[in-house]
Write a protein of this length. Structure first.
Length: 331
């Protein structure tokens, strides 16, 4: 058993202070992480309540300042119950891919004894949803998430579909589909050629040092067998941060029409490692999804099968293998 790194320990101690009370899915992720790293891999409702007691809720700050301890304890108890209800939902929907088990009375959660590769796929998405805790692994986790998103995109396309990485910051070790460190204009030229369009922005309007991605991480199209335009196109953004709501706009038509001609509106997809669900399976905040196809943790796990994507070759697989050996008394 290896002790938790100082960076992870600090992240666990501070991250819950940033959660709003209504964001039950973030609290559920936090509970899973506590369970994973706690020395006996068990966390109870009371353990969660103990952590909630000294915290100031950011959304209803005055509620946590009430003089009545009984009212405060009631609110904390209700939040803990809601979190465990969501954990129970996750166990039911993720099934054999879920690395945790909820007790029959919904009072505690424990990690499975044997962590399989399908469990590790889930954990990689959990870690990618919690970069403030796993900041030492940010680059590799986000790069692996892009690759996982690319594999998921390929699997939802028909056989004549083609999908590629466009993002500039991918450091994933896998060689296939490796993103070159090309200038943005060169990437735009390739994109335009692939989807039979024209680059609108002039080369001199972009800095020679601009090797960014313009807000596009993945793209795809369906080959309909001719050289005409007006075939299905997919523009995708991958977001491992809470600001995914804003980032989904960066891959939409209005953000790209001035750079390349677009004969049709590309279907916009947003890939996030979060499981943004309520305990009934509905979206946590449906109005946050702005006319985009939402690919969250639940949909990604549903689509991806470890044996199909060779997850063992992803950098995040090694990160998960390393981190599940770390333990500490957290409750």
């Amino acid at each position: 058993m290896t002790k938790i790194s100082p960076a992870i320990s600090k992240g666990i101690s501070s991250v819950s202070k940033t959660f709003a009370k209504k964001d039950i899915h973030h609290w559920a992720d936090f509970l899973e992480i506590i369970c994973l790293f706690n020395k006996d891999n068990i966390v109870s409702q009371n353990d969660l309540i103990d952590r909630l007691t000294p915290l100031r809720d950011l959304e209803d700050g005055e509620d946590f300042k009430e003089k009545s301890n009984s009212k405060r304890n009631e609110k904390n108890s209700q939040l803990a119950e809601d979190v465990f209800s969501l954990i129970s939902y996750r166990q039911g929907v993720f099934k054999e891919n879920y690395p945790f088990r909820v007790s029959e009375d919904l009072k505690s959660i424990s990690r499975v004894a044997n962590v399989s590769d399908s469990h590790k796929l889930y954990l990689s998405l959990l870690f990618s949803s919690s970069l403030s805790i796993f900041s030492d692994f940010t680059n590799k986790l986000t790069s692996s998430f892009e690759r996982l998103s690319l594999e998921a995109l390929k699997k939802i396309l028909p056989k004549n579909g083609k999908a590629f990485l466009f993002g500039s910051s991918n450091v994933e070790s896998m060689e296939e589909g490796k993103v070159s460190n090309a200038r943005l204009f060169e990437k735009l030229t390739k994109l335009a050629n692939d989807i039979k369009e024209q680059v609108r922005v002039k080369e001199e309007e972009l800095s020679d040092l601009n090797r960014g991605d313009g807000g596009l991480d993945l793209y795809a199209w369906i080959d309909l067998g001719d050289d005409n335009k007006n075939f299905p196109i997919y523009f995708c953004q991958c977001a491992c941060t809470p600001n995914w709501v804003e980032k989904q706009h960066s891959s939409k038509y209005d953000s790209w029409d001035y750079m390349i001609s677009l004969a049709i509106y590309p279907l916009n997809l947003i890939f996030v490692p979060y499981s943004i669900r309520k305990a009934n399976g509905m979206w946590h905040d449906a109005f946050d999804i702005k006319k985009s196809v939402m690919m969250d943790r639940q949909r990604l796990i549903h689509i991806l099968k470890d044996e199909d994507i060779s997850f063992q070759n992803f950098d995040s697989y090694e990160i998960v293998n390393k981190l599940i050996l770390q333990k500490e008394s957290l409750v």
